[in-house]
Design a protein around this ligand. Structure first.
Ligand SMILES: [Zn+2]
Length: 378
């Protein structure tokens, strides 16, 4: 619902009638309600699609730490890890413990919180990093190495043969410690496909638990993702959002048979960030909404229910274009009982303030509360 709507427009009665009787065609007949034969909201249902069964690797505490100016102290990291765990993510990925002494300590602390989610750390495909990762007590180690010619030439300088040799040694070591291991290429979309397939076949034979691909530079499109994932299948995917495609690419990857998607809260990460946890969940949630429900109520502007995310609906009332019905809704949520005239009066006060400066939710709530208190004291 739009925050400026006062619910008294002429369309309301028409919409209510349509909601009851179904949409009316130009000749006055009511078409049969239900799922249309074809709809853009219908999901792709084929044997490849993993849209209904996928796992989240939540990387706010790794990729999110690479977001410009981001800083999480230990206490904040614990809070985030617990919140993600109660949200139900499958894995929580942490910054490389080699990054700093505190990163090492934080890995140990979070790995020992006893959360349901498995704790991973993301390290370079290097024996020193792998050993340090194992010391922290994490459940899994995510190994990563660049495979594109750009990264091979300008980052680590290793040939594909060297990469494979190192990968097999490090994977064998991590496995020998009884810890889950993933191998992922960096900049996969600018890597040679034959190189990738050769390398992935070798690490698969070495018994790696997961393999991953990453659109490190964020230039892939959903179509490219579909084609690459369909070739590689059971794979973890990491998408950067430089061209705004990170959620769409994740969705496309799942349709092509990917099994795991890396996300972060609000999509924070290096540069423009990665697939956002909320965006991905929303895009997938949408598929489970039967089109009948949308047809039955054309006045519905929300395709996702806030309750699906453990939230209640909040209609913004913090602007000069706020309508009094929206203010009434918020007052009711806060348990502040007022007559219509009183709500209109406090709406005028909110508009006055909003003309002067931007208001936050807390500002409008306190205007409502103090107005209500004055009414009671009068
Ligand atoms: Zn990344």
């Amino acid at each position: 619902m739009c925050g400026t709507c006062n619910g008294n427009s002429n369309s309301t009665a028409d919409e209510a009638a349509v909601a009851t009787n179904g949409p009316t065609t130009s000749n006055g007949t009511h078409p049969v309600q239900g799922q249309p034969k074809s709809s853009p909201y219908q999901s792709v249902q084929d044997y490849l699609s993993n849209v209904g069964r996928y796992k989240i690797i939540e990387s706010t505490l790794r990729e999110g730490e690479q977001f410009v100016n981001s800083f999480f102290d230990t206490e904040t990291k614990i809070k985030i890890a617990k919140a993600l765990d109660s949200f139900g993510v499958d894995y929580i990925e942490l910054t490389n413990p080699c990054s700093s002494p505190q990163s090492f300590e934080d890995c140990k602390t979070i790995a020992n919180l006893g959360l349901k989610a498995k704790i991973l750390t993301h390290v370079r495909c290097h024996m020193d990093d792998a050993k340090k990762a194992i010391e922290t007590g994490v459940h899994g180690v995510d190994l990563v190495i660049g495979t594109s010619s750009y990264l091979r030439e300008f980052s680590h300088g290793k040939s594909m043969e060297m990469i494979q040799k190192t990968a097999l040694e490090v994977i064998a070591y991590v496995k020998s410690q009884g810890v889950e291991v993933r191998f992922s290429s960096e900049d996969s979309f600018r890597s040679d496909l034959v190189d990738l397939l050769t390398l992935y076949k070798a690490v698969d034979n070495a018994g790696v638990n997961r393999v991953g691909i990453a659109d490190t530079v964020g230039g892939a499109t959903p179509r490219m993702v579909y084609d690459l994932v369909r070739t590689l299948r059971d794979i973890e995917c990491h998408f950067h959002n430089d061209t705004g495609c990170a959620v769409a690419n994740a969705h496309s990857a799942l349709e092509a048979g990917a099994t795991h998607i890396d996300t972060s809260v609000l999509g924070i990460g290096e540069r423009n960030g990665i697939t956002s946890l909320g965006g991905l969940e929303s895009s997938l949630k949408l598929l489970s909404i039967h089109a009948k429900a949308i047809l039955a109520n054309p006045s519905t502007y929300e395709i996702i229910s806030p309750e699906d995310f453990g939230l209640s609906r909040y209609v913004s009332i913090s602007s000069r274009i706020t309508g009094w019905n929206a203010v009434r809704n918020r007052a009711d949520q806060l348990g502040l009982h007022m007559t219509d005239d009183q709500v209109k009066e406090v709406t005028a006060k909110i508009k006055q303030m909003a003309d002067i400066r931007p208001l936050a939710i807390d500002d409008t709530d306190s205007i409502l509360r103090s107005f209500h208190l004055e009414l009671q004291q009068a």
